[in-house]
Design a protein around this ligand. Structure first.
Ligand code: DGJ
Length: 348
């Protein structure tokens, strides 16, 4: 090879390396892209649907439904609860399935074939246990009896051991979508939609967070058929985000505000606005999503993120996540569509 040839080969290699590293940088940039495919740090698609978040010692833990690839909801896609961890809310490390359905024992209450949805984890300071809750419908009975399943662990990444279930809501048919909110005094409240009349109710759990203590109260000011509740507190106000009840199909989001956790709540209407370019759906259909949880961003003032799921019941593993910042102005909420965003939207 003559001198010129060697030089041009080196230049070509350097150019290629440069382009590759630029592409890598682009890939690694810290952004949230609502509705786009989201991969974990191993480059696998994140599998944590209907999720919730726990924050501890600088780490966020994202728990969600593990969907078995290749199966539909009708064909038992539910594999348990999957956990991912992150220190920045952008990059998620796979911590594995931390509560699995039982593939071996058909008599188990979480036997493969049961419906296990919307896992949420809360830490109990007095028992020092991580408590996982999830909607649990026994195998072979569809959505007829809605239990709240309970599993416990000694660490946020589990493994969680299934403990028991209860119907909740003082109803023989149980409850459905729920939010669990810890009040300032450590009391844990179960907000849920009662079956079969779909009244919205709230009940207090006992000190161990294992069973309801006393009766549930019907929150008459929240319209019946409100599902997918997610609650956060800011400056003495409690805000709740929810949806209507249309199975896996999206509907219009609804929001509420109160000065006390247990209400009464005032209706704020639909806080969402904009179009999700991935499916063409606008605020009338909540960008094609349904709420699951509201993340409090640690270290930032008044920073909250609404988590929604874009369900895909025919192939639920492909369901997408829509995370958007919440703008709170005194008693109002706004959730505007953004194609891409980062935590700088919340200021320094
Ligand atoms: C809506 C709920 O929010 C989901 O968790 C799931 O249970 C679907 N309904 C099932 O149709």
């Amino acid at each position: 090879m003559n001198y010129l040839k060697v030089k041009s080969t080196i230049c070509a290699i350097l150019l290629l390396c440069g382009t590759a590293s630029q592409a890598q940088q682009k890939k690694n940039k810290n952004v949230i892209a609502p509705g786009a495919e989201w991969k974990d740090t191993n480059k696998n698609r994140i599998n944590a649907h209907g999720g919730g978040m726990l924050y501890e010692n600088g780490v966020y833990y994202w728990y969600g439904e593990h969907k078995i690839p290749g199966r539909s909801e009708a064909d038992k896609a539910g594999g348990g609860a999957h956990c991912y961890s992150s220190t920045d809310l952008y990059n998620w490390k796979d911590e594995g399935v931390v509560l699995s359905v039982d593939y071996d024992n058909p008599d188990s209450e979480v036997a493969f074939g049961c419906i296990l949805e919307r896992p949420k984890v809360v830490y109990n300071e007095s028992t020092r246990k991580y408590m996982m809750y999830f909607k649990l419908y026994p195998k072979g009975m569809g959505y007829k009896y809605g239990y709240l399943g309970v599993a416990t662990a000694d660490s946020p990444t589990g493994p969680f051991t299934y403990s028991h279930k209860f119907l909740g809501a003082d109803s023989d048919e149980g409850s459905g979508d729920f939010a669990l909110v810890k009040d300032a005094d450590g009391s844990l409240y179960h907000f849920t939609v009662r079956k079969p009349d779909k009244a919205f109710v709230v009940g207090k759990l006992n000190k161990e967070y294992t069973y309801p203590e006393g009766k549930y109260k019907v929150m008459t000011e929240i319209p019946a058929h409100t599902e997918a509740p997610a609650i956060f507190a800011k400056d003495g106000r409690y805000f709740m985000l929810g949806s209507g009840s249309t199975g896996w199909d999206p509907n219009t989001a609804r929001a509420f505000v109160a000065t006390s956790l247990l209400g009464p709540y005032k209706e704020l209407g639909n806080p969402t606005k904009g179009v999700n370019p991935h499916n063409g759906m606008n605020e009338e259909k909540t960008f094609g999503g349904q709420s699951s949880y509201i993340i409090k961003v640690e270290g930032k003032k008044d920073a909250f993120i609404a988590m929604f799921d874009v369900w895909a019941p025919e192939h639920p593993f492909d369901g997408r996540y829509v995370w958007l910042p919440i703008e709170v102005e005194s008693d109002t909420l706004k959730i505007n569509w953004r194609d891409e965003w980062d935590l700088s939207v919340f200021g320094k």
